[in-house]
Design a protein. Structure first.
Length: 476
């Protein structure tokens, strides 16, 4: 080999080395690029299967909510027990629409959805018939209608078909997971082979340079392991967020029923109660309300993290929404004898924004100000135009934020020590949610604060309106 290399001119040797370097680099890079594209595609379809499964589960939960409301109404005759029924009925159409879009590439699931629609319509008719009997004739007539068993048969058929659809998605998920595993192994093999070739070529070039050529050292390119680790971490976070979303939804159904029954007991609908019992039931109701609020926050966090929340702007009046939120907090404000000052700039136009998101912003900032301001303190709410934005500010004379934790204040689940002492029941999710939603719709949020002096939170929203965003779910 030495004699062969010595016969070559330096120019020919350099040209040969450059050609080999380019050939090896392009071959390995092309293979890696193709494999990474396949991984992205397979991961998309894997997430797609999880989304279909989640919405199938939600559809079944909606039907079970409707049954829960029907049972409560037939047993008690009270309209407040129809809340789960109405919620389930209103959500079914939206969930069906989502499933039709998600399964448009799958004729099997499309046919299953057609059959499922017929079964659900029949079941809804049966539920309405039994409730109509309860309203117009009485409990016994509704009970006799239920005992015929048609409703149970229809619900059993729905469960069987939903189980079939879940089996189909599990089959697809298994295929896609196996595909992803294969591509990962191929990618690893390409990287290993590329690394071996690179190492051998390094030895060859090093040998030639050290013995025959004085020139530039050829640089090698390695696969970025840090990016691979980040991708795996994102996949784990996605699976976690999917789990939180499904688990939170399943927890909310029994809590809603518990809320209804507790309300009945407190209202004396099933008999009188003494003061001690009323005290205990009030504690149960308050704890249940806190749990429902936490679950709603977890669902919102999940939808924000997954990027599936909807932003549906419409022309709204910011002053009216802020006044409505202050009205909700009126009892707490009076209890603490707080001084509220509002300053709304004149001629503020109607802005195109999502009313739910705007209400969440006002609820979070104003309720925080009320909670963390001592009795007889002051809170001021300002809304004004600062072109090109509309700027909302909420200023208080509260406990403030310690300097050491200011960088963490918008972090998920974070609460400062002084906030935990003043309000042990907070979740640490409110500011995280509104920051994420505001920034994804074209706005900004920031604050100024001094410990034991107070805080001012600012939110800016473009005067030309929030950006519309398509998604599967609205924030609650």
């Amino acid at each position: 080999m030495d004699s062969f290399i010595k016969k070559l001119s330096v120019k020919t040797l350099n040209s040969t080395l450059i050609f080999i370097i380019v050939f090896v680099f392009l071959t390995v890079s092309s293979a890696c690029y193709y494999s990474l594209r396949r991984i992205d595609t397979d991961e998309f379809w894997e997430i797609h299967s999880y989304q279909v499964s989640e919405n199938i589960n939600i559809l079944l939960l909606n039907m079970e909510d409707m049954e829960t409301g029907q049972r409560g109404y037939i047993i008690t005759g009270h309209q407040n027990f129809l809340e789960p029924y109405d919620a389930g009925y209103n959500n079914i159409t939206n969930t069906f629409s989502i499933l039709q879009k998600l399964t448009i590439d799958n004729p099997v699931q499309q046919n299953n959805l057609i059959t499922l629609k017929v079964l659900i319509d029949e079941k809804v008719t049966e539920l309405k018939d039994s409730m109509s009997l309860r309203t117009n004739i009485g409990f016994d007539a509704a009970k006799d209608h239920i005992l015929i068993g048609n409703g149970k048969k229809k619900m059993d058929s729905i469960r069987v078909l939903i189980a079939k659809m879940q089996t189909e998605e599990s089959r697809l998920l298994k295929i896609r997971t196996e595909d992803l595993t294969k591509i990962n192994k191929i990618t690893e093999l390409i990287i290993i082979i590329g690394s071996i070739i690179g190492f051998l070529f390094y030895l060859l070039v090093n040998y030639i340079i050290n013995n025959f050529v004085i020139g530039k050292i050829v640089k090698k390119s390695l696969f970025d392991k840090e990016q691979q680790a980040n991708k795996e971490l994102q996949s784990i976070n996605l699976a976690k967020d999917e789990f939180v979303s499904i688990a939170s939804h399943q927890l909310r159904t029994p809590l809603t029923a518990l809320k209804g029954y507790t309300g009945m007991l407190l209202d004396g609908d099933v008999g009188s109660i003494n003061e001690k019992q009323r005290e205990y039931l009030s504690e149960i109701k308050n704890a249940n309300d806190r749990m429902i609020k936490l679950i709603t926050s977890l669902l919102n966090v999940s939808r924000v993290d997954l990027g599936v929340f909807t932003v549906d702007p419409e022309l709204i009046n910011f002053e009216e929404i802020s006044q409505s939120v202050l009205k909700e907090l009126e009892s707490s404000i009076k209890d603490k004898k707080l001084h509220i000052k509002t300053n709304f700039e004149k001629n503020i136009p109607l802005l195109s924004a999502d009313p739910k998101i705007v209400r969440m912003v006002f609820q979070n900032l104003l309720s925080n100000a009320v909670k963390y301001t001592p009795p007889e303190g002051s809170i001021s709410l300002n809304i004004k135009k600062e072109y090109p934005d509309l700027v909302i500010s909420v200023k208080d004379t509260g406990y403030g934020i310690p300097e050491a934790v200011k960088l963490k204040i918008f972090t998920k689940l974070f609460r400062s020590d002084n906030a935990r002492i003043k309000d042990p029941n907070g979740t640490g999710l409110g500011l995280y949610i509104i920051k994420a939603t505001i920034e994804q719709t074209g706005g900004k949020i920031w604050f100024d604060s001094k410990e034991n002096k107070g805080s001012t939170f600012y939110v800016s929203i473009p005067l030309d309106g929030m950006k519309k965003k398509e998604g599967f779910k609205r924030l609650e």
